[in-house]
Ligand binder design. Structure first.
Ligand code: DAH
Length: 337
């Protein structure tokens, strides 16, 4: 009896090991473990054994054989399934590297590069980076900057108005900000002095695109408010920035000018090592009215501000002739930088 059980078990294990598909495994299950299978049949013959001990021994052997064969069947099924999955994955594989040449690495847009370097340089000089919304109220864009409703300077900005009516505002009072200067006011209202910030951002004007103008462009604003700030601090900051950003062989100068939000006001130019002057932007001492609109007491605090165009600066730096080219995404243009 024990020999028959051992033989049935070994035959079954061998058949399972050789089974190449699920049907072959099922067949072994039926012939060995099934109701009329070899082990079940042997079980019915237990009664023919003479002694209790012999019955017990054969019974245990039968149970062990059933357990072993069952486990072998499961293991083999799992193995076949895994092999099946692997084969399917292999057959469905797609080669994504089938290009003739390696893709080349791109780079940031020229304006983004300049924007990020400007932030780095000013952060290095101790400034923090601030920002404000692109849709701005008339009050922040003009009024608070000392340009009342009928101020002639408003006309110079070629403003784009939006249909949006801000909370508490009147129709037509929301504009696309024409400069980054409103961030000065927002910062003064949000933070207590001392204030040392720069605010790069996108600005908008109703301009027809040409070689030097785009209706959407970028500026960076600077604002310092502290005790005892003078025009000398402004000139020194512009000079330190010039050397840090352009190089130690560049220098800067201020020329008297007029802006409603600064008094006195100046324009600043950068001198290249070749001796050319590049007009960069405007600056000046923050007008007392502007400080007041920002909730700051002009008797105690004073400040300077500056602002200039990022696109124009980048254009000059890279010798781009037509500013529109910088935004065409023409790969032949982009790849030069
Ligand atoms: N907001 C001015 C413009 O867009 C530039 C400017 C001039 C900014 C003088 C300033 C400043 O902060 O002090 O034309």
């Amino acid at each position: 009896m024990i020999d028959d059980i051992t033989a049935a078990r070994d035959d079954a294990l061998a058949a399972v090991a050789n089974a190449e598909n699920p049907d072959a495994i099922s067949a072994v299950e039926t012939t060995t473990l099934g109701k009329r299978g070899r082990l079940a049949t042997l079980k019915t013959q237990l009664g023919t054994l003479d002694t209790i001990d012999a019955k017990r021994e054969a019974g245990r052997a039968l149970n062990d054989a059933v357990t072993e064969v069952t486990a072998a069947v499961e293991r083999r099924r799992d193995a076949l399934r895994a092999a099946d999955d692997a084969a399917r994955i292999e057959s469905e594989r797609i080669d994504l590297t089938e290009t003739t040449s390696r893709p080349t690495r791109g780079h940031r847009h020229l304006v983004t590069q300049a924007w990020e370097r400007l932030e780095d340089v000013f952060v290095g000089l101790g400034f923090q980076v601030a920002e404000g919304p692109e849709v701005e109220s008339d009050w922040f864009n003009f009024e608070a900057l000392n340009m009342g409703e009928h101020h002639p300077a408003r006309n110079e900005f070629d403003t784009l108005f939006t249909d949006h009516v801000p909370p508490g505002g009147r129709p037509g009072s929301a504009v696309l900000r024409t400069h980054t200067s409103p961030v000065q006011i927002r910062t003064m209202l949000d933070d207590e002095p001392p204030i040392y910030i720069v605010a790069p951002g996108r600005v908008f004007r109703r301009d027809t695109p040409d070689a030097t103008h785009l209706p959407v462009f970028h500026q960076i604003e600077g604002l310092v408010v502290d005790e005892g700030i003078s025009m000398a601090h402004l000139a020194g900051t512009i000079e330190a920035f010039t050397k840090a950003f352009f190089g130690s062989d560049f220098t800067s100068r201020l020329r008297p000018s007029y802006f409603p939000f600064t008094e006195p006001s100046a324009e600043f130019d950068i001198r290249t090592p070749r001796g050319d002057w590049l007009e960069l932007g405007g600056c000046g001492m923050v007008h007392p009215n502007v400080l007041r609109h920002g909730g700051i007491d002009p008797e105690r605090w004073s400040g300077f501000a500056f602002g200039f165009g990022i696109d124009r600066m980048s254009k000059e730096r890279h010798g781009v002739v037509d500013i529109r080219e910088m935004f065409t995404d023409d790969i032949r243009f982009v790849e030069q930088f």
